[in-house]
Design a protein around this ligand. Structure first.
Ligand SMILES: Cc1ncc(COP(=O)(O)O)c(C=O)c1O
Length: 378
């Protein structure tokens, strides 16, 4: 094929910049109180090893050869055990972050003019990547209303994307939402993708329920990185029916091909020890949410806040007329407290807060933010 024919066969919209990543890259390493993250404060390798009863010596025998393209059998088994009986290791593809899993999924399922509905505001990759291959996006707002499951099926979608617990609002699906979901899945042909990045941070149960088991046309992505404070390990996964997993595995050969074997080993160990690891994390996240709610009324410029049902983040409504980017810029400049503006989620009038910072730093951040009153009213 000559160059011209390759180009004439393409028809896509360019990806825009990834708004939140751009801002995180600028500030996250310098901020004294980073309340902008969607993960918990990350552990050092030494801390992690101690928590899972390993020593640095245990890492010495890891082969630095390529891992299996689909992911090691041990890790895939651990991942499969997080789902119901319909998911075995054959239904799991290990990827470099869930971003890669999402990218593969969209490459395979999204065609030009495909109709896609999802809750918004949303993690940008969930709509930006499909849009870039020509999909039509039907957003269903979740900030100013409850999760409306039926609304996702209004436009006869080819694909429905459900991120729960939801980033950035922290909203989760209730029992009646799950019932509505099951009915819609049964009665329509749409494929459903569940982004379950924050599944390990259910505030009542061991795990948030998964949509992966709801039928052959249901798929789910997952990860340990944000909930367990190991974002640098960059391991994610997708589960679904075997023919899709085989195809996605083959597409992955054009991207990262295999994951890092050290990350893969550590990810398996984290899953083996996940219950012991997650309990203190849940406690600390809940304590941060409680502290924030207790002091909410003293924070300048904030109008309203609904605590997250699960996960690590919440969306705070600002007083009318405040622009989220200048609010976050000024707060950072004056206090070194870092938040994400709603504008980065294409939703003005809000800021996103992360509850994953260590309790002492989180409280310090909230206290600085409260004391900011004197700057805010100047
Ligand atoms: C809802 C959601 N999905 C997917 C991702 C991508 O995660 P990863 O870092 O595993 O690529 C993120 C990251 O913040 C997220 O919040």
């Amino acid at each position: 094929m000559d160059r011209k024919s390759i180009h004439s066969s393409l028809d896509y919209v360019e990806l825009r910049e990834f708004f939140i990543e751009d801002r995180l890259e600028k500030y996250r390493l310098e901020a004294e109180c980073n309340l902008g993250e969607s993960g918990i404060r990350n552990f050092s390798l030494g801390e992690l090893l101690r928590k899972i009863n390993l020593s640095p010596k245990d890492l010495e025998s890891i082969s630095l050869a390529d891992s299996a393209n689909q992911g090691s059998i041990g890790l895939r088994r651990e991942i499969a055990s997080l789902y119901g009986n319909s998911i075995s290791e054959e239904n799991v593809l290990v990827t470099t972050g869930t971003s890669e899993a999402l990218f593969l999924f969209f490459q395979i399922f999204v065609k030009k003019q495909a109709r896609i509905s999802l809750f918004t505001p949303a993690f940008q990759a969930l709509y930006e990547v499909p849009q870039s291959v020509g999909a039509i996006i039907y957003p269903v707002d979740v900030v100013e209303s409850q999760l409306d499951i039926d609304a996702l099926w209004t436009h006869d979608p080819d694909l429905v994307i459900i991120n729960h617990p939801h980033n950035p609002t922290g909203k989760s699906l209730s029992d009646s939402d799950w019932n509505r979901l099951e009915e819609n899945i049964e009665n329509h042909k749409a494929i459903v993708l569940f982004d379950e990045h924050y599944r390990f941070l259910d505030f009542h149960e061991d795990l948030t329920p998964t949509g992966a088991d709801l039928g052959k046309n249901c798929f789910a992505t997952g990860s340990i990185t944000k909930c367990f404070g190991v974002v640098g390990l960059k391991i994610g996964w997708i589960v679904g029916e075997k023919s899709f997993i085989d195809k996605a595995r083959s597409f992955k050969d054009y991207l990262t091909h295999t994951v890092n074997p050290i990350s893969e080993f550590l990810c398996e160990q984290i899953l083996i020890h996940r219950k012991k690891l997650i309990d203190p994390i849940k406690k600390s996240v809940l304590s941060n949410i409680e502290y924030f709610q207790k002091h909410l009324a003293k924070i300048p410029g904030v109008l309203d806040f609904q605590a997250p049902d699960g996960g690590l983040v919440g969306f705070i409504k600002l007083e009318p007329g405040i622009m989220s980017e200048s609010y976050c810029d000024d707060l950072y400049k004056d206090t070194s407290v870092f938040l994400l503006p709603g504008a980065n989620f294409e939703k003005e009038g809000y800021v996103r807060i992360g509850f994953g910072e260590s309790e002492d730093r989180f409280r310090d951040g909230i206290n600085r933010w409260i004391r900011w009153e004197k700057y805010f009213s100047r």
